[in-house]
Design a protein around this ligand. Structure first.
Ligand code: ATP
Ligand code: PAF
Ligand code: BAL
Length: 264
């Protein structure tokens, strides 16, 4: 990977990076297109199921892995290079340094339900940004809190890379595409498609958060981990006159469905 990227650099070309955990779908492919549109001459897509961002009772061992199909899809969208590091290339023997985000952005939401998750994400992405040294790195708005963590990290650590936010790609029913949707039964999928409807109503000011919570449970979700309005930049409580976002995670069995929308 390093030699190929060094060749591009020597030729004066710009480089984009799309970090993923594989099981690629149209959401990931839109990140490749957005990176190119944002000005990257060449796009590297990393596929690495990062063990340090999974909790002890999470789905690391059963996370969907389909490398051959992923490489085919990347070829179809014209990604220039797939980077599939081994665990040893990211976490060499004796590895003992983590990047640990702090502050309001990680004060709750995913950080509460997945302790240690953002330290795992920040560490692996910091390593990928150092290894690939891209000009642009793309992250989906679907994982909104992660996107803000990445932006903060790049600023705080002086990583000379533009963090590019990419809008959420949805299915015909508005469900945010996600690799973990593959775990859902057809019945669960029908329930899952209610989440974006409720968020849409809250975002348009047609429903209160409390009612949204009740609607999700009525629709058949097993639990709502969180559903709330936040400041779109800090994830603190919303402030009059500043951009807001509604963020939610609702659970169907062991599957946690994330979604969020800008508030009108
Ligand atoms: N529907 C989507 N639209 C836009 N970007 C997406 C979408 N789904 C994932 N991404 C982005 O793709 C990148 C890689 O995400 P990841 O490989 O975890 O995929 P995922 O489908 O979100 O999987 P998971 O089910 O683990 O959350 C992240 O920046 C993520 O925000
Ligand atoms: C950014 C990322 C690839 C880091 O492992 C992961 O958290 C993801 O897929 O969103
Ligand atoms: N899409 C974020 C990666 C994770 O759930 O671990």
């Amino acid at each position: 990977m390093r030699k190929v990227v060094a060749g591009w650099r020597a030729a004066g070309k710009t480089v984009g990076l799309v970090p993923t955990m594989g099981a690629l779908h149209a959401g990931h492919l839109s990140l490749v297109e957005a990176t190119r549109k944002a000005g990257a001459d060449h796009v590297v897509v990393s596929i690495f199921v990062n063990p340090t961002q999974f909790g002890p009772n999470e789905d690391l061992s059963k996370y969907p892995r389909q490398e051959a199909l992923d490489l085919e899809r990347l070829g179809e969208v014209g990604a220039d290079l797939a980077y599939l590091p081994t665990v040893g290339e990211i976490y060499p023997d004796g590895f003992a340094t983590m990047v640990v985000p702090s502050g309001t952005i990680v004060a709750d939401l995913e950080a509460t339900f997945r302790p240690g998750h953002f330290a795992g994400v920040a560490t692996v992405v910091a390593k990928l940004l150092i290894q690939v040294a891209p000009d642009i790195a793309a992250f989906g708005e679907k994982d909104y809190q992660q996107l803000l963590v990445m932006r903060r990290m790049a600023r705080d650590l002086d990583i000379p890379c533009r963090i590019l936010p990419v809008p959420t790609v949805r299915d015909d029913h508005g469900l945010a595409l996600s690799s973990r949707n593959a775990y859902l039964t057809p019945e669960q999928l029908a329930v899952a498609r209610r989440l974006n409807k409720v968020l849409g109503e809250i975002a348009r000011g047609l429903m209160h958060v409390e009612e949204g919570n009740a609607r999700l449970l009525q629709a058949g979700f097993d639990a709502v981990d969180y559903l709330g309005l936040r400041d779109a930049e800090t994830l603190d409580a919303p402030v009059e006159g500043r951009a807001r976002r509604v963020l939610a995670v609702a659970r169907l069995g062991s599957v946690r469905l994330l979604d969020n929308m800008a508030v009108d």
